[in-house]
Design a protein around this ligand. Structure first.
Ligand SMILES: NC(=O)c1ccc[n+]([C@@H]2O[C@H](COP(=O)([O-])OP(=O)(O)OC[C@H]3O[C@@H](n4cnc5c(N)ncnc54)[C@H](O)[C@@H]3O)[C@@H](O)[C@H]2O)c1
Length: 316
């Protein structure tokens, strides 16, 4: 089977992992990486035995490249994704996809016009325990869904300097909430603030409400000295808990406590494998550009809610 030729733009902490996984996957061939930091580009290219570029425009001229992961700083993602789509390549753009919803809409339009795949790096959806939760909610195995609570706290990764905790971190849980309930919230109320970060919010509490009165809470911060990433889904008949770090899942009902086990797989590997498979088999990806846009709409509404100290109704 012919391998899919891929490249990575932005090879810092996260892009380097994309490069590594593309090297490891049997279905992909890493044909180039690009970073504006020349030294970094050289080191990463040497490590993964591929060609280094410092200009994405130059790299994108390579007709061999089929698909690209965009892993630059958050505020540059949309510009690079747009350039890549315009060059006729399929795109996986990291979250938060774009700086604003207008840019995200433009990316969706460009991908559609050029019949290219556009997906967003919402990695959590590839964790088997979360997929279990989604199915259980859909089949009402925990009764009626009542409430979902997510906690994603840790110290500030200081390399992130261009967005706050809502667009960087809470956005994962915003997407998770849409994924497991299979619908978008109708309103958001949020409190955000900054204790250490000079420019952006470093803590945020979001409350999302849905048409039928269900609600979801998201707690995110860059303050807690240890990393906690959990999800609790409360149904009328049972509660499910997921630890994203260990991937452990617990289900507790009146009758029993269960701990379903799934083989541990690196979520990024599953994500990139799926991206490559969707392109070669012309399948719709699990995560579309519209999912990225919806999450961004909710993240922006949360920031607005906090600034105005009132609930924001969402348009969908
Ligand atoms: N899905 C996830 O779980 C996950 C995890 C971590 C980071 N991310 C996302 O990945 C992106 C990168 O995060 P990071 O932690 O690796 O940041 P980082 O600062 O470590 O790396 C960003 C890299 O992009 C390079 N860069 C910036 N603009 C560029 C351009 N125009 N062309 C080429 N290179 C450019 C920088 O030189 C740097 O090396 C962010 O958008 C972040 O939100 C996603």
């Amino acid at each position: 089977m012919k391998k899919l030729n891929v490249a990575v733009i932005g090879t810092g902490f996260w892009g380097r992992n994309h490069a590594r996984v593309y090297r490891e996957l049997p279905s992909t061939e890493l044909v180039g990486i690009c970073d504006v930091n020349a030294e970094r580009a050289k080191i990463v290219a040497e490590q993964f035995n591929t060609k280094a570029y410092t200009s994405s425009s130059r790299m994108l001229k390579n007709k061999e490249i089929d698909a690209v992961s965009i892993c630059t700083w958050s505020t540059v993602l949309a510009k690079e994704a747009f350039k890549t789509l315009k060059a006729g390549k399929h795109v996986l753009v990291e979250k938060p996809m774009a700086t604003n919803t207008r840019q995200a809409e433009q990316l969706i339009k460009t991908a559609e016009e050029n019949a290219l795949h556009l997906t967003v790096g919402f990695l959590m959806r590839f964790i088997p325990g979360l997929q279990h939760i989604r199915k259980a909610v859909e089949k009402k195995e925990i009764g009626e869904l009542v409430c979902v609570t997510a906690k994603r706290v840790s110290q500030w990764p200081e390399r992130i300097g261009d967005v706050g905790v809502v667009k960087d971190t809470a956005i994962h849980d915003i997407d998770v909430m849409r994924y497991i309930s299979n619908e978008s919230p109708t309103s958001v109320y949020a409190k955000t603030g900054s204790m250490r970060h000079r420019q952006f919010e470093d803590y945020a509490q979001l409350m999302l409400t849905y048409e039928d009165e269900k609600s979801a809470f998201i707690e995110s911060n860059w303050l807690t000295p240890y990393k906690t990433r959990t999800l609790t889904v409360t149904g009328s008949d049972a509660i499910m808990r997921l630890d994203y770090i260990t991937q452990d899942l617990w289900i507790e009902s009146a009758k029993e406590s269960l701990q379903p086990r799934y083989p541990f797989n690196e979520p990024l590997k599953l994500e990139l494998q799926h991206f490559a498979e969707c392109i070669t088999e012309k399948k719709k990806p699990i995560i579309t550009g519209s999912d990225g846009l919806e999450a961004l709409i909710i993240a922006e509404a949360a920031l607005q809610s906090s600034a105005r100290n009132r609930m924001i109704k969402l348009r969908h």
